[in-house]
Design a protein around this ligand. Structure first.
Ligand code: APR
Ligand code: ZN
Length: 246
């Protein structure tokens, strides 16, 4: 049984946390890169690119629809829970933004409140036609056998994720930039730091004068000098201990 961590009030007042697939590894969800990574099984160009969706939407659904089942079976781990509890322990004047590249929704499941999903959320479906007014909706179906079609306009429906070749939508992008501009603590957790723009956020935080920390299983393959501190190990062990000291 996991012990509840008691968090004291942090001394930081403008906090930005960036999470990646490594945070959900402790919940049994595969990371994208590294041993047994998603991109080893599913070639990015074939399954993860906007062009693939335009030409072969069944491939897009094969990858992302398949992830829905896994996510439904997964539970938040100690890293997700520690972030949620830490946020809840902050005083009203302390600003906190949890920026996640993950599309699994596990941070919200754990109780995190101020979350920005820069790569979307795979548990939602929307129309691929940008001018269609079909509302985004939660969808637990995998659609592995048949590509779903929009009831309003007849276009292909798609999982609500940002694919390679697509931009992060304006609102999340702007929210993150604004938070980075004057943040005093930046922690990246479980991310390879290979995908922009998230990989550049630490530079923005450093420029703002923030304390910059990386928590990851292993050192970054291409180390980023903007991180001034690094704590290595599984996020579900390292992060709760670190947060308790901040
Ligand atoms: N605890 C902490 N870190 C871990 C753990 C763990 N238990 N397990 C793995 N890691 C680390 C790996 O060492 C790796 O550096 O997590 C990182 C995961 O890297 P990626 O798989 O590249 O995930 P991420 O950085 O989130 O990828 C960014 O790339 O393909 C796109 O859209 C996808 O959002 C994703 C983006
Ligand atoms: Zn439509």
């Amino acid at each position: 049984m996991r012990q509840n961590m008691l968090f004291n009030k942090s001394r930081y007042s403008r906090i930005v946390i960036l999470t990646g697939a490594g945070v959900s590894a402790g919940s049994g969800l595969r990371t994208y890169r590294g041993p047994n990574g998603v991109w080893e099984e599913y070639e990015v160009a074939k399954f993860g690119h906007a062009e693939a969706l335009a030409n072969r939407p069944e491939e897009t659904w094969r990858l992302f629809g398949g992830r829905r089942e896994l996510i439904l079976a997964a539970k938040p781990n100690a890293a997700h829970l520690a972030l949620a509890e830490w946020e809840a322990a902050l005083a009203p004047h302390q600003e906190f933004l949890l920026v996640t590249q993950n599309v699994d929704g596990l941070h919200q499941c754990a109780g995190s409140k101020n979350v920005v999903e820069i790569h979307g959320n795979v548990m939602f479906t929307r129309c691929s036609n940008a001018s269609c007014d079909l509302e985004l909706y939660r969808d637990e179906q995998s659609h592995l056998n048949k590509v779903p079609i929009c009831p309003k306009c007849g276009s292909v429906l798609r999982p609500n994720v940002v694919l390679f070749g697509e931009e992060i939508p304006v609102l999340p992008s702007w929210t993150v930039k604004r938070a980075l501009r004057d943040c005093d603590l930046f922690i990246a957790v479980g991310t390879s730091g290979l995908v922009t723009p998230a990989a550049n956020y630490v530079r923005g935080a450093e420029y703002a004068g923030a304390r910059t920390i990386l928590v990851n299983l292993e050192p970054m393959a291409q180390p980023n000098p903007a991180f001034k501190e690094q704590y290595l190990g599984p996020a579900d062990e390292v992060l709760p201990e670190l947060l308790a000291k901040l």
